[in-house]
Design a protein around this ligand. Structure first.
Ligand code: ASP
Ligand code: MG
Length: 460
């Protein structure tokens, strides 16, 4: 069994969290690659150092380095880690200081320097985690992530070069597994083909884990976080929301759009492509089943979740020309592109189009441009509700049940996404709570005991 486990910043935010994390790693069978984020808040601190340097506020940058150093010192002391770990921290901190002096002398802050600064957090957290595992008698070793993940030279937002990365990962991990059971690597960091440090963009650790899992053909990728997994609906609104224990990749992607913030679909793509199941698990409830995301769902006949989005604006656009104006749609979308306003739902006829946006910052510019060739109406205080599940494509009658619940509520747009696993409607925001609760009741009201939909907080 070969598992890749990824732990986010909250799973290593203090000594307690480190212990919980190392317990989870120790109780996982087989060989493991562990990918870890920086201690919670550290990448933000490092980003602040970079902004201070940008403003040539070197004093500020140095102060922040001081507090970053202290935060790590504290956790190292609380965990009673080895002297090597202390020493490593000192070396890394002096490197940071040197780097800042160099930036000050040169008067220039390059992408390369930024990535050296940004990678500090994961260098430290991975070293500390390997140290605590070793202290517990586990054969664990930290691996410089730059030797595993190879990217282009787009510093701070690098793109993975898969051929080189797959080669490096399989070769390096194989070597290390001869004498170790656990390899610990920092997430988010990589290097270019010339061995210079790069990073994958904020939140990149999930992606690191997924890339490594695909490269070494892991049996499973576990993403450890601080919630039970993906739920049937927002638990703040729907008290009886359940944990969905299995979703297809497409279902998970559609849900992510609604702010099921647990996973970004892009980040797990490499693992999904390699047919590796991705499991979202809760560090605070390690016995729970979590949510497994697989290429193809077991049950394709049902709805898996009711999601929603608030504060949506609907724009109705009607072409001023008569029927058959080709080019109308493309002209409309050009304008949204020009003003960098992303469009969520769309429904069209030949001469009119309704669409929703949730970022209104450029709405007046958009409206003005659209009015050159169409009449435009804007409606605010709308909400989108989506039912998500492969059953929308596969099962007759789901749409009928869905609309039956909404009797008496004015529905202003209906859309079935191209993936056909997402049935979305737009309604007036004041009706949102009632509609979501009603829909959840309709589709998940009498589940009883169910393996697919588990009560949250259960540990087995
Ligand atoms: N530490 C990095 C960040 O906060 C990467 C990650 O945690 O995924 O963006
Ligand atoms: Mg993070």
């Amino acid at each position: 069994m070969l598992t890749v486990l990824k732990f986010g910043g909250t799973s290593v935010k203090d000594a307690e969290a480190f212990k919980r994390t190392s317990d989870i790693i120790i109780s996982t069978d087989g060989k493991k690659v562990v990918v870890v984020s920086a201690l919670a808040g550290i990448t933000d601190d490092l980003t602040n150092i970079i902004s201070a340097l940008d403003r040539q506020n070197y004093e500020r940058a140095k102060e922040t380095i001081g507090s970053v150093s202290l935060k790590h010192k504290q956790v190292i002391a609380d965990l009673d880690l080895s002297n090597d770990c202390d020493l490593f921290l000192e070396i890394k901190i002096s490197e940071l200081k040197l780097l800042i002096e160099a930036v000050e002398i040169l008067g220039e802050l390059t992408g390369k320097s930024k990535d050296l600064i940004l990678s500090f957090g994961e260098c430290m957290s991975s070293t500390m985690l390997a140290d605590i595992l070793s202290k517990n008698g586990i054969k664990a070793k930290q691996k410089e992530a730059g030797e595993l993940i190879i990217t282009d030279s787009e510093f701070t937002e690098a793109t993975v070069l898969f051929d080189q990365t797959n080669e490096a990962c399989s070769c390096e991990c194989k070597k290390m597994f001869d004498t170790n059971d656990v390899i610990v690597a920092g997430g988010f960091i990589a290097s270019d083909v010339r061995g210079r440090r790069t990073t994958l963009g904020r939140g990149g650790s999930d992606y690191s884990a997924s890339v490594i899992a695909a490269a070494i053909k892991a049996d499973r990728l576990e993403i450890w976080t601080d919630v039970d997994g993906i739920l049937t609906s927002d638990p703040h609104l729907v008290k009886s929301a359940r944990l969905v224990t299995e979703l297809s990749y497409i279902e998970a992607s559609e849900l992510a759009f609604f702010g099921a913030k647990v996973l970004h679909p892009k980040t797990i793509r490499p693992a999904i492509n390699a047919q590796i199941p991705v499991v979202v698990k809760n560090s605070y409830n390690p016995g729970g089943p979590g949510t497994v995301i697989v290429n193809k769902a077991v049950d394709c006949s049902i709805i898996k979740a009711i999601a929603y989005r608030k504060d949506v604006t609907v724009i109705n656009i009607r072409s001023n020309r008569m029927l058959g104006a080709y080019g109308f749609l493309s002209k409309v979308f050009e304008i949204f592109k020009k003003h960098e306003t992303s469009v969520d739902l769309v429904t069209t006829t030949e001469v009119s189009i309704s669409l929703t946006i949730d970022d209104e910052t450029k709405i007046y510019e958009v409206k003005k441009d659209l009015e050159e060739f169409s009449s435009v109406e804007i409606f605010r205080d709308k909400a989108i509700i989506s039912a998500i599940g492969e059953g929308i494509r596969e099962t007759a009658g789901i749409a009928a049940r869905f609309f039956n619940v909404l009797k008496g509520i004015n529905v202003s747009m209906v859309s079935v996404g191209a993936s056909e696993v997402n049935l979305s409607i737009v309604i007036e925001q004041p009706h949102l709570d009632q509609a979501v609760i009603g829909l959840h009741e309709e589709f998940f009201g009498d589940l009883g005991e169910s393996d697919l939909f588990r009560k949250t907080g259960e540990s087995k």
